[in-house]
Design a protein around this ligand. Sequence first.
Ligand SMILES: [Fe+2]
Length: 152
Amino acid sequence: MFIKWRDQMSVGVQEVDRQHKQLIAYVNELYESLKTKQNRDEVLQKTLDNLIQYTIIHFAVEEVLMNIFEYPDHLEHKKIHRALEKQVLELQDRIRKGRADITVEVLVFLRDWVNNHILVEDKKYGPYLTRERLVDHKPVKNKLWSWPFSRK
Ligand SMILES: [Fe+2]
């Protein structure tokens, strides 16, 4: 196993933790795929594609949550997401064009990237995504009930 989930990685929100575990699972799968004997490049590319697609969905989910719970730094966090997306999409493009290979170095980059995303950036919004804030905070509550069914 290349990355191991640790309890300290929890941001305190079950669904977000579940998605983070899935991200880690994809990086671990990529690591395992490096040892593939048959169609190695194909398997690696498919796994990388899955990781990237899942990351983009995960970021979108986080952005909706940060918005609903009015996390004060959500714009800053969004910028970080866009920058990370750009980085991995560029990597994907280089690999597709044969200008880069998925090597252990790439895996180390992805590991640091996932670790930093969870342990540093997401840890910051964790305390804002609480049940108390949802129950007590009227604007948040109203926003949640109206979204995504608002017709405005
Ligand atoms: Fe995250």
